[in-house]
Unconditional design. Structure first.
Length: 412
């Protein structure tokens, strides 16, 4: 069946895991994915229209390359290509492929054609189509060599019911699930490298995030507060069109209290238990179901298995630590890729860290130390003074008023 299609550029979007869902769930998730794509393109002022043939989203607009770059940052998208769409006949597809070959193939260059024909769209089968278009490319550059295993250049062909698609580049996207499909979490975020990566990983799996940051004031290095806001801001660039909120709690009274009369080796563990308790208190108002941290196994003294258990026992809420098994190098690689890595972060030093932090905290002793500093009252007071920082499309707004606290993180 030949379909007449006006030759033009189209952005072809592939999504992955959604295929595994049942038909109604898949439809629902694709709807949310399109909504998120729309939000990110609207945020950039890019007008478009879209179609959803089987297994793909096709986006038409005046700036296909800009559209493709934006869509390649939308969670749930696996990869994106700027394709030429034409009639689905081997002749028409070959004509477009030939111009690509003339432009990109050189003598001696290894190339492959990856062809797919959608069932029922007529014409030669995938293998035959690949062979025909391979021949066209060899005509365009007779010195080139077919190599299906280690090609230097690939041309992708899709003969579908709604047209023939030809492209030679796939822009990798994050994959995962559409943002907003998996409920909400509170993510403990710092100025460091790990926590923004942990938060990004949860957003990638479809979670709405509310960030929570502890501002330790004079106990923290002078770049710490701004570094946390910067991490939060950069993460908002991954969910364009959505306001991402960060709650900032003044934790300096805790450090003042801990500096007097408790076993100093427990400071780090109690600090983390404080963060968890504050997070747990905020969860209902934030419609959050879990706490997320960038904690890792063995990276610092507070992160031994036994300390992680003592920290978790401060709350009954579930705690997710997406990075627990990652090496620091692996985390840095992801941080660079997602844009949160900062080569020169400035002074992030914590002045409260003792010389010899405990690596095997005793829960009973920790609880006794907390009672000594009136831990519950410190938590109560911290909750009374919360600043909200909203990041949207990389722009920051600060709200000093706590009414903003009850706003859901994003409309699902
Ligand atoms: P990161 O782990 O993000 O690089 P870090 O190394 O400064 O930051 P750690 O001591 O490793 O912090 O803390 C482990 C986790 O505790 C962090 O990943 C983060 O989730 C949380 N956390 C640490 N400091 C803060 C803070 N000031 N506010 C909120 N959460 C924090
Ligand atoms: Mg860390």
């Amino acid at each position: 069946m030949v379909v007449k299609v006006e030759e033009q550029m189209v952005v072809m979007v592939r999504y992955g895991e959604l295929f595994l869902k049942s038909e109604p769930v898949k439809r629902h998730f694709i709807g949310l994915l399109i909504r998120n794509i729309k939000r990110s393109l609207d945020a950039e002022g890019l007008s478009f229209r879209h179609e959803t043939p089987r297994g793909r989203i096709l986006i038409y607009g005046d700036h296909p390359r800009k559209i493709a770059a934006e869509v390649a940052r939308v969670f749930g998208v696996v990869d994106v290509s700027v394709a030429t769409i034409t009639n689905n006949t081997p002749e028409e597809i070959g004509r477009v492929a030939k111009t690509l070959g003339q432009k990109h193939l050189k003598a001696g260059m290894r190339f492959a054609v990856r062809a797919k024909r959608e069932k029922g769209s007529g014409g030669p089968d995938s293998q035959e189509l690949g062979r025909v278009i391979g021949g066209v490319l060899l005509d365009a550059q007779p010195g080139a060599v077919v190599d299906l295993t280690h090609p230097e250049y690939e041309v992708f062909i899709e003969a579908r019911g709604n047209g023939g698609f030809i492209y030679d580049h796939r822009i990798p996207a994050p994959g995962g699930l559409p943002f907003g499909t998996q409920g909400n979490a509170i993510g403990l975020i710092s100025a460091g490298i790990d926590s923004p990566v942990a938060s990004w990983m949860m957003m990638k799996r479809g979670c709405g995030m509310v960030h929570l940051n502890m501002d330790a004031g004079r106990w923290a290095g002078c770049a710490t507060a701004a570094g946390a806001v910067e991490n939060h801001r950069k993460l908002s660039l991954w969910v364009k069109g959505y306001p991402l909120r960060m709650l900032v709690v003044d934790s300096s009274p805790l450090y003042d209290a801990m500096s007097r009369g408790i076993p100093q080796r427990y400071i780090c563990v109690i600090c983390k238990r404080f963060m968890f308790r504050v997070a747990a208190e905020l969860m209902p108002g934030e419609h959050a179901e879990v706490i997320v941290t960038g904690e890792n196994l063995g990276q610092v003294a507070s992160q031994t298995l036994s300390n992680l258990a003592v920290i978790s026992s401060a709350v009954s809420a579930p705690v997710i630590r997406p990075l627990v098994t990652y090496d620091k190098g692996e985390i840095v690689t992801i941080a660079r890729r997602i844009g949160t890595f900062n080569q020169k972060p400035g002074d992030l030093c914590c002045r409260a860290v003792p010389a010899m932090p405990s690596t095997g905290a005793n829960l009973a002793e920790v609880i006794a130390a907390e009672e000594k500093i009136d831990f519950d009252l410190l938590i109560e007071q911290a909750l009374e003074r919360i600043k909200v920082i909203t990041a949207m499309n990389g722009e920051i707004t600060v709200h000093e008023k706590p009414e903003c606290l009850s706003t859901p993180p994003c409309e699902m």
